[in-house]
Ligand binder design. Structure first.
Ligand SMILES: [Zn+2]
Length: 345
């Protein structure tokens, strides 16, 4: 019997040492100490033994059981320690890689600067969906039905989608101005608000034109508002944005949604007025069309044009940023070239 117990001890030791995971070790434990295990088999045989041998065999079997339990516990500890060990190829002394820091796009920075400036003058910031409709993009804004801007060469019309609430065609907004009527319809007078955002036109791109570009519109509608007050407002905004006086000129302009309309040019800051590709070599750059909202636009918004008047400007955000940093190609803004963008951190 002693030989048999020694054989079980040696075999059990070997099995415990070979177990490489906690699960393997559980299987070994069941094999040695379980209900069908080797020790249990010995204990079952004791009644069949000669009386003189029974006590010693029982003690020896129980001792073996304790030995296995201790060996299994210590092997489990070894396995757990090994599993949590840091591999020696991990070198704590190597310096880490610094995460790349992000920054706001120069157009976003300009937009935020304008937001701050307009807020300080009591304006509200208004934003709308990029998808507009024929009603808001053209009908409400006094565009005649045969106006060339309605043709598909300028506007991206959406096909295969649901029509607008009034059944009209949907499009990517070709300008932000459509948002103005929606704001007037949903708010109470007097109105003083700006609406920044992206506009889309199916144009061929060059140094000054992109298919998607940012606009920044401001509108005041009140019972009384003079052109001179609007001019003072524009001057204070431009001087705040550029941190100095900027040469500005105002000339007559035509847009269907204003009457009278004007065009504000600023002296080209890229070339200092000498002429470059950005200013088409004339030294001035169109930066801000505007005017007084057309009576038909006020009517579309449910206002009486005999009672209300206003002042509207549409600031070319991209061009303003080009002037701020002396950038000579608008396509750089959307080129996703980090060498360009990282200059504005
Ligand atoms: Zn220029």
């Amino acid at each position: 019997m002693k030989d048999k117990l020694d054989a079980i001890l040696n075999d059990g030791r070997e099995r415990i040492a070979k177990a490489m995971t906690v699960i393997e070790l559980q299987d070994v434990k069941a094999f040695l100490l379980g209900k069908q295990g080797a020790i249990t088999e010995i204990l079952k045989e004791i009644p069949k033994l000669d009386v003189s041998l029974r006590a010693d065999t029982g003690r020896a079997a129980n001792k073996l059981k304790d030995q296995f339990t201790a060996l299994i516990d210590s092997r489990r500890e070894e396995i757990n320690i090994k599993a949590s060990e840091i591999k020696p190829d991990f070198d704590l002394s190597i310096p880490g890689a610094a995460p790349a820091g992000g920054a706001l796009h120069p157009i976003t920075q300009m937009c935020y600067d304008l937001n701050d400036t307009f807020r300080s003058l009591g304006f509200e910031i208004f934003q709308e969906s990029d998808i507009s409709s024929e009603l808001y993009a053209f009908d409400n804004l006094n565009f005649p039905p045969d106006h060339p801007a309605r043709e598909s060469m300028d506007t991206y019309w959406l096909e295969g989608h649901d029509k607008g609430r009034g059944g009209e065609r949907l499009c990517l907004r070709p300008h932000l101005t459509g948002a103005s009527v929606r704001y007037l319809q949903t708010h109470e007078p007097p109105y003083r608000f700006v609406y920044p955002g992206r506009a889309y036109r199916n144009e061929s791109t060059d140094a000054r034109h992109e298919r998607a570009f940012f606009q920044y519109e401001a509108l005041i509608v009140d019972r009384e508002f003079t052109f001179s007050a609007g001019k003072v407002m524009i001057k204070s905004i431009l001087s705040k944005v550029f941190g100095r006086d900027v040469p500005v000129r105002m000339r007559v302009g035509f847009f269907p949604f204003v009457e009278p309309g004007f065009e504000i040019d600023m002296g080209c800051l890229v070339c200092g007025g000498a002429g470059c590709s950005v200013c088409k070599h004339v030294g001035w750059i169109e930066i801000m069309p505007g005017g007084t909202p057309h009576p038909n636009v006020l009517r579309a918004a449910g206002l009486d044009p005999d009672e209300f008047t206003g002042f509207y400007v549409n600031i070319g955000l991209d061009r303003l940023v080009m002037m701020r940093y002396g950038i000579d190609d608008v396509r750089l803004f959307r080129g996703a070239d980090l060498r360009f963008l990282e200059q504005f951190k």
